[in-house]
Ligand binder design. Structure first.
Ligand SMILES: C[S@@+](CC[C@H](N)C(=O)[O-])C[C@H]1O[C@@H](n2cnc3c(N)ncnc32)[C@H](O)[C@@H]1O
Length: 314
């Protein structure tokens, strides 16, 4: 792969689901390197419009390469999608398709200077938007032990969270934890006896990244903003790469579709009438094909979920 390239995941499936050939206003809220945006532009009619969003300055730079009168890029967080679209005169009920391809891009992971990867030594940054907020190193320098343990447990689903957090706090008392490989080694030492295939720092890095970028909060905000923005018949397509996000999307979509909660005792109950539902689910969740996983192993955990806004809802 080229150093600054990203292989788009579930490209055909996500773009087909949004039905861009209908025309209208489409939003790619996670531009990355624009793989999905370019495909949507290819499929959209001449009078349609595509607005792309990303909070990463490198993505904003890559977006400048697209010169198409139908295309506009906005540097923003997708949690603020309502405000971002309003700045372009796009308001409630005016979006025909919205795509969220959540997570980090390959260029973010592969660039050691961004600090996302424990495989490449670099400054422990991990911010998608490097112009705001604390870096991972700054957070680690001052966060209380219990908060570090909670983040690693809740966002990494790491059973050795307490042990890892204690090791991080002991290490920072000796010298500042400022490099990716330094953090990876601290984690590896703390859980060394239990290495089972996956690198021992995988879950800790994922957890700290989710916390630093407020990823679950952003997703929650984007989902609730999507509903009023979508026009009747408008579609929302969400690609997630790990179970915490996918579970949030699944439960939110089910709830908005008027389904009963995921309580096995309630499974026999009928689905609520569409009068209480604001969306309908479009098919089941979609995983990448074997061929896609072979060609791009990073796609293996991806899941696509699609919903369609019903008429007569807010
Ligand atoms: C998986 S990549 C998207 C790849 C893109 N679909 C493509 O084909 O090139 C995710 C992108 O979403 C961006 N991103 C993640 N969370 C974001 C947020 N809350 N607001 C805006 N952009 C975000 C990241 O900076 C990254 O560029």
């Amino acid at each position: 792969m080229q150093p600054d390239s990203h292989i788009s995941v579930l490209l055909r499936e996500a773009c087909d689901a949004l039905q861009p050939e209908r025309g209208g206003v489409f939003v790619d809220a996670t531009f990355g390197r624009g793989g999905h945006s370019r495909e949507l532009l290819r499929l959209m009619p001449t009078n349609a419009r595509l607005i792309a969003i990303d909070r990463d300055a490198a993505a904003a730079k890559a977006a400048q390469e697209i010169s198409d009168p139908r295309f506009t890029f906005i540097a923003a967080q997708f949690g603020d999608v309502t405000e971002a679209l309003a700045s372009l005169g796009v308001g409630p009920h005016q979006v025909d398709g919205l795509l969220l391809d959540i997570g980090v891009s390959s260029p973010q992971l592969d660039d050691a200077s961004r600090g996302f990867s424990f495989m490449r030594d670099g400054p422990l940054d991990m911010r998608m938007d490097q112009s705001r907020g604390a870096s991972a190193a700054e957070w680690i320098a001052t966060a209380p032990l219990n908060h570090i343990a909670e983040v690693i447990r809740d966002y990494g689903e790491e059973r050795f969270a307490q042990r890892i957090a204690t090791a991080i706090v002991e290490a920072r008392e000796r010298q500042p934890v400022e490099r990716t490989v330094q953090l990876a080694q601290i984690v590896e030492k703390a859980v060394s006896a239990r290495w089972t295939g996956q690198h021992p720092a995988t879950k800790t890095f994922q957890a700290i990244r989710i916390h630093i970028n407020q990823e679950l909060e952003e997703l929650r905000m984007a989902l609730s903003a999507a509903l009023p923005l979508l026009a009747a018949g408008g579609r929302l397509a969400v690609i997630c790469f790990h179970s915490l996000e996918d579970r949030m999307v699944k439960l939110w979509m089910r709830e908005q579709a008027g389904r009963t909660p995921e309580d096995p005792r309630l499974r026999h109950l009928p689905v609520l009438t569409t009068r209480t539902a604001s969306i309908k689910l479009v098919g089941r969740d979609i995983a990448p094909s074997d061929a896609e996983v072979r060609a791009n192993p990073r796609s293996r955990s991806a899941r696509l979920r699609v919903a369609e806004k019903l008429a007569l809802t807010t």
